[in-house]
Unconditional design. Structure first.
Length: 338
């Protein structure tokens, strides 16, 4: 939400809404002459996810209210295009490193179909829609989850793929803590087996930064990010890149909004800033090798030097929760040292 991005998001969502066909199909880009249709719900789900995230962070329901009918058309279309809730239409883990088998379209798009139904249930409640409608979308999310588990989790086809395990964890497709531990452990094993390389495309990267950080595995991410050899962010930097590239090989666009989840990692996890409409939490993760962090976000300032944390909360924020080194304090506007 830096740089007042909400205005840009509202413009983008309106542009995407304008591409919707009568059957509910959306383009993955806008404007478009024709390319971008049927790229899969792993792309078009952004039409629902972005308005929801804006609401979560700010409480602004405008995009949810304005686009509800179009959301319904999109999820109805997506359900029709699935085969017993398995969604095979669309792209795989886009721009994965050359030479590896990318996680399939069906694994990823089915996961996003589950995500869309989950969000539709939540949005219906926020907009005070009929309770039966909320329950219907909730049930459909569960149907998709079980279809995903039956087809993918319960066989061995993708058990050597990093993105597969990150996807299962990120989209909450696992039933028990034991399954989640199995998935996390296997994901870390696969990354270590590849000498701390993230052999993932844009979806795997999106998942991995959140999943590994939430499970206390920031050290693994840091080793992968700073790995000097291909594929990695440090490999790009050592090759002279100063912007994010479209692919790991630096063979296409050299200034592209791809693999950009690392930016969220800086703010959300290294600086620990989490802003929602309910509360603000400052909870930085500790990573071996990172001794200093400095971040500014919507007036919130976080500085870390070794074990010392300084947090500045602006006047317009009345309540924030700071968690650091086993301490937890609820504070108001001001400057705080831990």
């Amino acid at each position: 939400m830096n740089f007042d991005m909400i205005k840009a998001y509202k413009k983008y969502v309106k542009d995407i809404a304008d591409t919707q066909r009568p059957n509910g199909c959306l383009s993955g880009i806008a404007p478009t002459s024709n390319w971008g249709y049927n790229v899969g719900v792993s792309w078009t789900a952004a039409f629902i996810i972005i308005p929801w995230n804006v609401y979560v962070h700010t409480g602004d329901k405008q995009m949810l209210e304005e686009n509800w009918d179009k959301f319904v058309k999109l999820v109805d279309y997506s359900e029709r295009m699935s085969d017993e809730y398995i969604m095979d239409l669309g792209y795989n883990d886009w721009c994965a490193p050359k030479g590896i088998k990318p996680c399939s379209a069906s694994v990823l798009n089915t996961a996003y179909l589950h995500r869309m139904f989950e969000l539709m249930s939540k949005i219906a409640r926020v907009l005070d829609k009929d309770c039966k409608l909320c329950d219907t979308y909730e049930k459909k999310a569960e149907y998709v989850k079980q279809a995903w588990r039956n087809k993918f989790w319960n066989n061995e086809e993708w058990k050597e793929n990093q993105t597969f395990f990150a996807c299962a964890l990120y989209h909450n497709l696992l039933d028990s803590e034991e399954e989640r531990k199995t998935a996390v452990d296997r994901l870390v094993e696969l990354i270590i087996e590849k000498d701390y390389h993230l052999e993932m495309g844009i979806f795997g990267i999106k998942y991995a930064f959140s999943v590994l950080s939430e499970y206390g595995l920031g050290d693994v991410l840091y080793k992968a990010v700073t790995n000097p050899t291909y594929p990695s962010y440090a490999y790009w930097i050592n090759s002279g890149m100063t912007t994010l590239c479209e692919d790991w090989e630096m063979s296409s666009s050299l200034n592209h909004h791809m693999y950009s989840e690392i930016d969220n990692w800086f703010y959300r996890y290294l600086a620990g800033i989490n802003v929602s409409k309910e509360e603000i939490t400052i909870k930085p993760i500790r990573v071996n090798g990172i001794d200093e962090v400095k971040a500014h976000h919507r007036g919130i300032c976080v500085e870390i030097k070794g074990d010392a944390l300084k947090v500045e909360i602006p006047e317009n924020i009345k309540r924030a929760v700071i968690k650091w080194n086993g301490r937890e304090e609820t504070v108001g506007a001001g400057i705080y040292f831990f």
